[in-house]
Design a protein around this ligand. Structure first.
Ligand SMILES: Nc1ncnc2c1ncn2[C@@H]1O[C@H](COP(=O)(O)OP(=O)(O)OP(=O)(O)O)[C@@H](O)[C@H]1O
Ligand SMILES: [Mg+2]
Length: 319
């Protein structure tokens, strides 16, 4: 394999046995594929956890070498409207599948990006071609998919990978790329990836471009995350009613690491919950983070919002 390859492609599982986590989903789909009998599928779940990967494994298992002839991949948000999709599906479905499998597969990525009207049209398209084609839809939020489409599909819900599964992938890549990654750095990789393998592999590849000896500092610098300890320190200063100290620490972190206000507020929210104060105060702090995040997204000045948030943290902990 080309050494300059993007790691998310280089390490994309090619077989069911290589997919980490999602065990129950993999087992059930494997059984369906063995019988050459695939219903329409809806693969739902957060980014980077194996939805597209599994769709590709399915077609490779079903069709072997000729998989490309029997597989059409469409991106719902790229393809500008259902008309393009319908035409492409029509052209593709006109010819019969090659080989023993009686149907072809159409993969529609980001199907939750389709409007209601487009989904209605998709539903009819699915029905029209159901003898010659199976649809695999993927989405981040199954609640955005119309009920009649959901009821035509077998729905599989993907989860972020567990710490153990992420550690296993880190181990495989580290060995293959001859990287040394200490245990703190491995913890940091799990923390910043939060179970998203694409994110994990991209951060690892960026870190490996700097050094073969990866530490947690590399990980936090690359990933727009402050070290959790530093965020906890800001919160602790608020709990101790040291507003100037908290503010100074905040500015240090943001300037030294080039973090955005949104990066920081998301981490504050996560760490507020683990802080050393009354449960009621934790709830109040989490609530205020939501408010600050909303205002920043609406365009409010991030320093003003963050300082106001820290001031609220102090006040909450005075009560
Ligand atoms: N369960 C997994 N086991 C091993 N590697 C994985 C797994 N999930 C994802 N990966 C790695 O992450 C990359 C991206 O995964 P994939 O394309 O399957 O994400 P996705 O779930 O389709 O995300 P999105 O919702 O953003 O489309 C893969 O190429 C692969 O390298
Ligand atoms: Mg995908």
């Amino acid at each position: 394999m080309d050494s300059s390859a993007i790691w998310t492609e280089k390490y994309r599982p090619q077989r069911f046995s290589e997919v980490k986590g999602q065990k129950e989903i993999v087992n059930r789909i494997q059984a369906l594929v063995k019988k050459n009998n695939l219903p329409h599928l809806l693969l739902a779940g957060p980014p980077g956890v194996g939805k597209t990967t599994l769709a590709l494994v399915i077609v490779k298992e079903l069709y072997g070498e000729n998989w490309r002839d029997n597989f059409l991949e469409l991106n719902a948000s790229d393809e500008r409207g259902i008309d393009v999709i319908r035409q492409k599906v029509k052209d593709f479905a006109r010819t019969k599948a090659l080989g023993d499998v009686p149907f072809k597969i159409i993969y529609l990525d980001e199907s939750d990006a389709l409007t209601r009207e487009a989904q209605q049209a998709l539903r009819r398209t699915m029905e029209n071609y159901t003898t010659t084609c199976r649809f695999i839809l993927s989405c981040n939020y199954s609640s955005k998919i119309l009920e009649p489409i959901q009821s035509r599909c077998t729905v599989f819900r993907f989860k972020p990978l567990s710490k153990e599964e992420i550690q296993e992938i880190i181990g495989i890549i580290a060995k293959n790329e001859s990287l040394t990654i200490d245990s703190e750095a491995k913890e940091a990789l799990y923390y910043v990836s939060a179970g998203d393998v694409r994110k994990l592999e991209n951060i690892m590849q960026s870190a490996a471009a700097i050094t073969t000896n990866i530490t947690k500092k590399h990980i936090f610098d690359i990933s727009s995350f402050a070290e959790p300890l530093e965020i906890r320190e800001i919160i602790q200063r608020c709990i101790d009613h040291d507003f100037p100290g908290a503010k100074k620490k905040l500015v240090d972190i943001m300037i030294n690491q080039g973090l955005s206000g949104l990066d920081v507020v998301r981490q504050l929210q996560k760490e507020a919950w683990n802080s050393n104060t009354k449960d009621l105060s934790k709830l109040e702090m989490v609530k205020e983070c939501g408010e600050a995040e909303f205002r920043m997204i609406e365009g409010s000045d991030e320093f003003i919002q963050l300082e106001s948030l820290l001031a609220k943290f102090v006040l909450i902990n005075k009560e």
